[in-house]
Design a protein around this ligand. Structure first.
Ligand SMILES: Cc1cc2nc3c(=O)[nH]c(=O)nc-3n(C[C@H](O)[C@H](O)[C@H](O)COP(=O)(O)OP(=O)(O)OC[C@H]3O[C@@H](n4cnc5c(N)ncnc54)[C@H](O)[C@@H]3O)c2cc1C
Length: 388
């Protein structure tokens, strides 16, 4: 057999898995329909929030902690700047809504206490005094010094670089059109050829549903999201040493907004986004362009009333895709029809921060049959037995 493992998709999750397996000496072939990092899937836009106390559930915390450690290792090996822990602020109010399918603020505090993550609780006055950029009324804040942001494109590039250095074979701009089982492994067909391996990891991000049978494909819904960069009056007031990453459950059920410090110089602005679940789409049919009207609505409804010192000048915008399961949790599990195929969807809008550790867990799962990380919460059967 030419390869121990084939990885379908070299985005956040696939690049991490390919790197981790190559580092362990496995013969790995990674295939991607584009040349990652690219801007067509879920892993672009310069920054992703990372935090260790995970509001989606305390069981994610070990993955985030491990990912930070892996990124530090990769930084030391490559010289890339991947992770900045400038602190993170989560703001919520008495009328807190669910975020990512969970009582997010309360879960964050529980996860911090359970896993001993250093943090501070701030009342509204303390938030205003420390971070005057936020026009908070009646609210409470959770501040975590170890939170911050990670650079998705750089992480993918660094892991693919190291994977290649450790002997992984990388096929870019090659599309997988089919896969299946052989008596002793798997076969993968692409628009260029056909390959065999002991196992296959499917890490196709928002393309995953198109590669699955209908009875499970429908569990993965794809939604268009938009990331905006708005200019600020004083970039120094939004620099990472004065402005944290933030997630704010806005009052009155207006939904969540999150953002980052200014990273692109005096006129580069700050990145801010909300989430949209209005209608589903696919990577091949979505509207990629962002209209001026979308930027205006974003500024008027979410930025102007709540964040001081941000101007209405939108300097950049990008669309991107969430792949969302019914409970907003990951799926990392064997394919129900093929024992030698692993499905990896660290998805639902919060996967990047865990992706380095998910890659390590996938490597262990594929090469040794089980992972050190506890992946039981990510089994597909939790979604199918509950009848979604
Ligand atoms: C706007 C936005 C904001 C986000 N913010 C955060 C955040 O702040 N914090 C956080 O932790 N997470 C965040 N996320 C989520 C996180 O970015 C994603 O969960 C993660 O990047 C998904 O990675 P992936 O490997 O599953 O998919 P991708 O990185 O999209 O990789 C899939 C790859 O598969 C390839 N592929 C697909 N089909 C084929 C085929 N047939 N043949 C060959 N190759 C194929 C694609 O080309 C692609 O490279 C955000 C996501 C978005 C969209």
């Amino acid at each position: 057999m030419a390869y121990d493992v084939i990885v379908l998709g070299l985005g956040a999750c696939g690049a991490a898995a390919t790197y981790q397996m190559a580092k362990r000496g496995a013969k790995v072939l990674g295939i991607d329909r584009f040349a990652p990092p690219h801007a067509f899937g879920s892993t672009h836009g310069d920054t992703r929030v990372t935090r260790l106390a995970i509001g989606e559930g305390a069981h994610y915390t070990p993955l985030a902690v491990r990912s930070h450690a892996i990124w530090r290792e990769i930084e030391a090996e490559t010289g890339a700047d991947l992770l900045t822990t400038n602190g993170g602020l989560i703001i919520s109010g008495a009328d807190a809504a669910e975020f990512h399918g969970a009582p997010f603020f309360g879960n964050t505090v529980v996860a911090a206490e359970k896993h001993g993550i250093p943090h501070e609780m701030l009342d509204a006055g303390a938030i205003r005094a420390r971070f005057p950029q936020f026009a908070v009324g009646d609210a409470v804040g959770y501040y975590e010094p170890s939170a911050g942001f990670v650079r998705p494109e750089r992480c993918v590039a660094a892991q693919l670089q190291l994977a290649g250095k450790h002997g992984a074979v990388l096929h870019r701009n090659e599309k997988v059109v089919g896969f299946g089982a052989t008596p002793s492994g798997v076969t993968v067909q692409t628009d260029r050829g056909s390959y065999e391996a002991g196992q296959l990891i499917v890490a196709a991000g928002p393309w995953l549903p198109s590669l699955l049978p209908p009875n499970i494909a429908w569990l993965f819904k794809v939604y268009r999201q938009v990331q905006f960069w708005f200019d600020v009056e004083n970039a120094a007031a939004f620099a990472p040493d004065r402005f944290p990453i933030f997630i704010w459950d806005l009052p009155g059920g207006r939904g969540g907004v999150y953002g980052f410090p200014a990273l692109d110089g005096p006129r580069g602005g700050i990145k801010i986004a909300t989430e949209s679940y209005a209608s589903t789409t696919t990577p091949d049919t979505m509207v990629r362009d962002v209209s001026a009207g979308e930027a205006r609505t974003m500024f008027d409804s979410v930025i102007a009333p709540y964040i001081k010192g941000v101007t209405s000048r939108c300097v950049r915008s990008l669309s991107c895709l969430y792949t969302v399961t019914p409970d907003f949790g990951f799926v990392i599990d064997r394919h129900p029809d093929f024992e030698r195929i692993i499905l990896a969807s660290p998805c639902s809008g919060h996967g990047f921060k865990h992706s380095a550790a998910v890659g390590e867990a996938l490597a262990e799962l594929a090469l040794h049959g089980q992972s050190t990380a506890d992946l039981r919460a990510f089994l597909l059967s939790r979604l199918t037995v509950h009848g979604y």
